[in-house]
Design a protein around this ligand. Structure first.
Ligand code: S3P
Length: 181
C-alpha cells in the first residue's frame, strides 16, 4: 500500500537534515538527502560541481535525483535548499509526498552556518543571506503543503509536529492514504 513521502524543504541550514534524521528514527522510514545523491551521481562534492561545472549542471543533476525519488515511497526526503525553485521538482515531490517548508530567519541561518565554502550560494554574511532568503521565501511558502515555524524550537519538537501532521493527512504513518500519501 502507498505510504507517501515526507518531504522537507527550506533554506540552507533550516534544519532539514537534522529534522529528517529525527523523523526517520521516529517512524522507521528511510531518510534520503538529495545533496548526497547528487554528489554520488557526480562523483564529486557540491562545491566541486559548482566550481567545475556550474550551477546549471548542478540543477540538472538535482532534477534527475528528485524525479527518481518521486518513484520512491515511505521515504523522508531532505531537499537541497534551492530544489523547489524548479517547478519540475515540486511536481515530482507532490506526486507522492507532502512538502513541509522549514521556515527559518536570516539571523538564525547566520548563527548556524560557517562561511566555509561548503555551500557555494550562501555568500559571505548576513546581507547575502537576507537577499537570497528574501528572494526565495515566497516560493518556499507557495510550493509547500505546510509551513513549519522553526524559530526558537527544538528539532525534536519540529519533527514531532511534522509526524503528527503527516499522520492526520495520510492516516497512520506507514498505512497509506490519499493526496500525496
Ligand atoms: C543550495 C543548497 C544546498 C545545495 C546547493 C544549493 C541552494 O543544500 O543543494 O549548495 O540553492 O540553496 P542545503 O540546503 O542542504 O545546504
Amino acid at each position: 500500500m502507498k505510504r507517501g513521502n515526507i518531504v522537507l524543504s527550506g533554506f540552507m541550514a533550516s534544519g532539514k537534515t537534522t529534522v529528517g534524521e529525527l523523523i526517520s528514527r521516529m517512524t522507521g522510514r528511510e531518510m534520503v538527502d538529495t545533496d548526497l545523491l547528487v554528489e554520488k551521481a557526480a562523483g564529486i562534492s557540491i562545491p566541486e560541481i559548482f566550481a567545475e561545472r556550474g550551477e546549471a549542471a548542478f540543477r540538472i543533476l538535482e532534477r534527475d535525483v528528485v524525479a527518481a525519488l518521486a518513484e520512491g515511497d515511505g521515504l523522508v526526503v531532505a531537499l537541497g535548499g534551492g530544489a523547489v525553485l524548479d517547478p519540475a521538482n515540486v511536481s515530482s515531490m507532490k506526486k507522492n509526498g507532502v512538502i513541509y517548508y522549514l521556515d527559518v530567519s536570516a539571523d538564525e541561518v547566520i548563527r548556524r552556518v560557517d562561511f566555509d565554502g561548503k555551500r557555494p550560494l550562501l555568500g559571505e554574511g548576513i546581507e547575502d543571506v537576507e537577499r537570497l532568503l528574501g528572494g526565495r521565501r515566497r516560493k518556499y511558502v507557495e510550493t509547500a503543503d505546510a509551513v513549519v515555524d522553526t524559530g526558537g524550537r527544538r528539532p525534536q519538537e519540529i519533527a514531532g509536529d511534522i509526524v503528527a501532521d503527516f499522520r492526520s493527512r495520510c492516516g497512520r504513518v506507514g498505512e497509506g492514504g490519499s493526496g500525496g500519501c
